[in-house]
Design a binder for this molecule. Structure first.
Ligand code: ARG
Length: 321
C-alpha cells in the first residue's frame, strides 16, 4: 500500500506548534487511515470486518444518526472499492456523475475497480438500486491535502452508463452567500451507529443527522482539547470553499466523506450545499467541515458538460459557458 505522509500542524492555545503525522493512502484499493494521535481525523474509512490487519481503523459512521425513514435520499451514493468495501460517500449530481471528496480518490486519478452504489438505502438489499462502475475520476485542480485540512476537496466520478433506476439527482447550490450561519442542514452517509472508537459493525443503512451551519468565525473560534492537546481551527477554515456545521452529539465521521450536506427549503425542495470533508475527531466540540458546493459548481458544470452525453438540466450545458 502506497502512502504519502503529511505533516499536520495543529495550532495550540499557547501558539505552540504541534506536529502530527497523517498517512493518506494514494491507492483507493486499501484503507486510508490515520496513525497515532489523530485517529479520527481526515481519512476515508474502510470496513475492517474482512481484514485481520489491526492497524486499520474502522471509523465509518455518522455519529448520532437517524434513519432517513420515508425520505428519498437516493442522491446519496456509497462508493465501494475493488473488494466491495464501502470507503466513501458520494452525491449523484447528474445521470452519470457522482460528486465526492477528492481525498477519497487520492492524489492520482484513474483508479480501477471503484463501484458506485446508487438508490440503495439499505446496502443489504441488492435488488434495490443499481451498481455502476466508475470509469473516470477527475480531481479539482486546486485540491490540496495541506495538513490539518483539505483544500478544494472535490472530485467527480463518471459512471459507465447513466443511472437507469429512479433516483433523485440533487441540485448544487450556486450561491456562495448561502447557507447562512444557523441554517438547518442535513448530512447523509452509510455508517455505524456505535460511536465507540473500536467499531466492529457497520450500519448498512443510510443515516442522516440534522446540523446547524456555524459561521467561519465561530468555527475558527472553537478551542478545545483533542487527545490531550488544546486545538483550534483558527486559520484552517477557508470561508469561500468550506462550510462548518455541527450539533452537540451528532456529526459525520470517517467514511462519510464525499457524502451530501443538504439544505431543505420550506417549499420541500432541497439543494446540495456541501460534501463531507474533514474534522478534528467526531461529535465533539469541533464542527465538521464540508467542502462548499457553491465553489465547485463552475468546475462541475464545465466538467460534466464535457463528459456527459445527457447532462442534468441544472448544468444548462446548452447555454454558453
Ligand atoms: N475525512 C473524513 C472521511 O474521510 C470525514 C471526517 C468528517 N469529520 C467530522 N468530524 N465531521 O470520511
Amino acid at each position: 500500500m502506497q502512502q504519502h505522509y503529511y505533516l499536520l500542524i495543529a495550532k495550540m492555545k499557547s501558539t505552540t506548534i504541534f506536529p502530527l503525522l497523517l498517512a493518506v493512502s494514494t491507492s483507493t484499493s486499501c484503507a486510508q487511515y490515520i496513525r497515532g494521535a489523530v485517529d479520527g481525523l481526515n481519512a476515508p474509512a474502510h470496513s475492517n470486518e474482512n481484514h485481520s490487519d489491526e492497524s486499520r481503523t474502522l471509523n465509518t459512521r455518522i455519529i448520532g444518526g437517524a434513519n432517513v425513514g420515508g425520505e428519498d435520499a437516493s442522491y446519496t451514493v456509497s462508493l465501494k472499492d475493488e473488494n466491495g468495501n464501502h470507503f466513501c460517500g458520494g452525491v449523484l449530481v447528474s445521470y452519470n456523475a457522482v460528486l465526492t471528496a477528492a481525498h477519497c480518490v487520492g492524489e492520482e486519478s484513474g483508479k480501477e475497480g471503484i463501484t458506485a452504489v446508487v438508490g440503495r438505502p439499505n446496502l443489504n438489499i441488492g435488488s434495490v438500486g443499481q451498481e455502476l462502475k466508475v470509469t473516470k475520476q477527475l480531481l479539482h485542480s486546486k485540491f490540496r491535502a495541506s495538513g490539518f485540512e483539505f483544500d478544494h476537496d472535490y472530485a467527480l466520478m463518471f459512471l459507465e452508463e447513466d443511472v437507469s433506476v429512479p433516483v433523485d439527482i440533487i441540485t448544487m447550490n450556486q450561491n456562495p452567500a448561502f447557507p447562512l450561519p444557523g441554517a438547518k442542514v442535513t448530512v447523509y452517509g452509510y455508517g455505524d451507529v456505535d460511536d465507540s472508537k473500536k467499531i466492529t459493525r457497520l450500519s448498512r443503512e443510510v443515516l442522516k443527522a440534522d446540523l446547524r451551519v456555524v459561521s467561519k468565525e465561530d468555527c475558527e473560534a472553537v478551542e478545545a482539547e483533542f487527545e490531550g492537546n488544546n486545538v483550534t481551527l483558527a486559520g484552517y477554515v477557508d470561508g469561500a470553499t468550506m462550510i462548518c456545521a455541527k450539533h452537540n452529539d451528532r456529526d459525520s465521521c470517517q467514511g462519510d466523506s464525499g457524502g451530501p450536506l443538504v439544505r431543505h427549503r420550506r417549499d420541500g425542495s432541497k439543494e446540495l450545499v456541501g460534501i463531507v470533508s474533514w474534522g478534528v475527531g467526531c461529535a465533539n466540540e469541533f464542527p465538521g467541515v464540508y467542502a462548499a458546493a457553491s465553489s465547485a459548481f463552475r468546475w462541475a458544470r464545465r466538467t460534466i458538460c464535457r463528459e456527459s452525453r445527457k447532462p442534468h438540466h441544472q448544468f444548462n450545458c446548452e447555454d454558453k459557458w
